[in-house]
Design a protein around this ligand. Structure first.
Ligand SMILES: NC(=O)c1ccc[n+]([C@@H]2O[C@H](COP(=O)([O-])OP(=O)(O)OC[C@H]3O[C@@H](n4cnc5c(N)ncnc54)[C@H](OP(=O)(O)O)[C@@H]3O)[C@@H](O)[C@H]2O)c1
Length: 415
């Protein structure tokens, strides 16, 4: 497929700056950009950024000829002047420097001030809520599109739900009232992801994590939220004909999908929920029960004194992650079921090979940045839409097509 290339709406020295380029995912984003087709390499001006000049130079060298023309920018996450200069000089920032609640706020502020578009891979919903409260109005004024959650949290969920609502309209002319997703995945855990989770658990923000409409714009929450609470028990679901348990990333992804539902008008009765697929039969039933028990007890255990310190010692630290072979052999699959008020049902599937937190996340966030840098005039409501958006509301079909071209399966409307 040939993707039309048009420059972003803001003309700057760089099209994209990869911030956090020395991290475990950051290094993979540099490798992804270094392998873009030669024709695109010739017109795309990109740079890598982080706090350490030496480490950035090492990353650049390791990525070979494809990264030769990438400039190196040094800017600590707390250096307001350096971040301001960085944001002023680029159309788009792609950030992988987390925990975002520690290293992300000044960068978002700099992008908002300078009307610079921004994507990241955070899953830290309370931090994003805080950023929305502080900067939404200013971002609308400066024209910055700020799009967090462009990794495995929450691109498959957000694009999946959005495609299903569209397919229901197209095939049955009816509004979608519910979308359910059952996720299967194989992959490893990054030290940076653990650090972000532990940082959130240790902060006051953790109490906000359970709010089902944490990310919704003001005035778009239903009065009765009981039907939208996170599931806690295993279910033998008749639509999937399998045992399902609560999905660990559901409390992140559902909030993002609900923000999209409000921004894109899925309808006031829209309902979205996410699970992990265990399987069929009595063994799966037993596995589902013990999985749910394990999840519930780990939620209690992390609050015990000393558990955070022990976890930090035993698990991978910042900068570490799964082996190359584990990342290459990983995969994920989200099966979707959508229903209309009259009972019409459609199925869908979002899937890809590669470790979700690394290979898949890298593809999703890099393609998200390229949407803003290269195809801005094709984005949803490109002229008028700024502020804090979601992958579906800010990038929509352009991201769907770019991801399909990059090998990801996005199917909606299978009967
Ligand atoms: N959405 C998803 O599915 C998904 C998947 C994976 C990861 N994540 C999230 O992405 C983030 C990064 O994960 P990771 O595994 O790549 O973590 P990581 O390897 O620990 O990388 C962290 C990055 O932040 C940088 N950093 C730390 N302190 C800084 C400072 N003061 N100024 C500037 N940069 C600073 C580090 O720079 P140095 O190299 O100089 O230390 C490094 O580049 C985490 O928040 C994680 O939760 C999300």
């Amino acid at each position: 497929m040939v993707i039309k290339t048009v420059k972003s709406n803001v003309a700057r020295k760089y099209d994209v700056v990869l911030y956090g380029a020395t991290g475990f995912v950051g290094r993979q984003t540099v490798a992804y950009f270094a392998k873009l087709p030669a024709a695109l390499q010739r017109q795309l001006r990109w740079a890598i950024a982080g706090r350490s000049a030496g480490k950035l130079q090492e990353v650049k060298t390791a990525c070979g000829a494809g990264a030769r023309n990438a400039d190196v920018i040094v800017a600590d996450a707390l250096d307001v002047a350096a971040l301001n200069e960085l944001a002023k000089n680029t159309a788009v920032v792609l950030s992988t420097a987390g925990p975002f609640a520690i290293f992300g706020s000044e960068l978002v502020a700099a992008c908002v001030r300078n009307g610079t578009h921004y994507v990241d891979i955070t899953g830290e919903t309370p931090w994003v809520r805080e950023m929305i409260e502080q900067y939404q109005d200013q971002a609308v004024k400066t024209g910055a599109r700020i799009i967090p959650f462009c990794g495995f949290d929450s691109v498959p969920s957000d694009l999946g739900a959005w495609l299903m609502t569209q397919a229901m309209q197209a095939q049955h002319g009816e509004e979608c009232v519910s979308v359910k997703s059952a996720v299967s995945m194989r992959g490893g855990v990054n030290g940076g992801t653990l650090a972000s989770g532990l940082n959130m658990l240790a902060s006051d923000a953790v109490k906000d994590f359970a709010q089902p409409f944490l990310l919704n714009p003001k005035g778009t929450q239903p009065k009765d939220k009981s039907a939208h609470e996170d599931p806690v028990l295993p279910v033998n679901d008749p639509d999937f004909r399998a045992w399902l348990v609560p999905f660990v990333m559901g409390p992140i992804n559902t909030r993002v999908v609900r923000r999209s539902a409000a921004l894109l008008g899925y309808g006031k009765n829209f309902h979205y929920q996410e699970y992990m697929r265990i399987g069929k039969g009595p063994i799966a039933a037993a596995a589902a029960a013990s999985f749910s028990l394990g999840m519930a007890s780990s939620k209690l255990m992390v609050k015990l004194p000393g558990v955070k310190q022990v976890t930090e010692k035993l698990m991978p630290g910042p900068g570490q992650g799964p082996s190359e072979s584990a990342m290459n052999n990983g995969s994920y699959r989200c099966e979707l079921v959508a229903k209309s008020a009259s009972g019409k049902m459609l199925r869908g599937k979002i899937a890809d090979s590669g470790d979700p937190g690394n290979r898949a996340t890298t593809k999703m966030v890099c393609e998200s940045a390229l949407c803003l840098a290269l195809q801005f005039d094709e984005l949803p409501d490109a002229a008028g839409s700024a502020g804090f958006l979601t992958p579906a509301s800010g990038l929509g079909d352009v991201l769907v097509e770019r991801l399909r071209a990059a090998g990801m399966t996005l199917e909606a409307g299978i009967k």
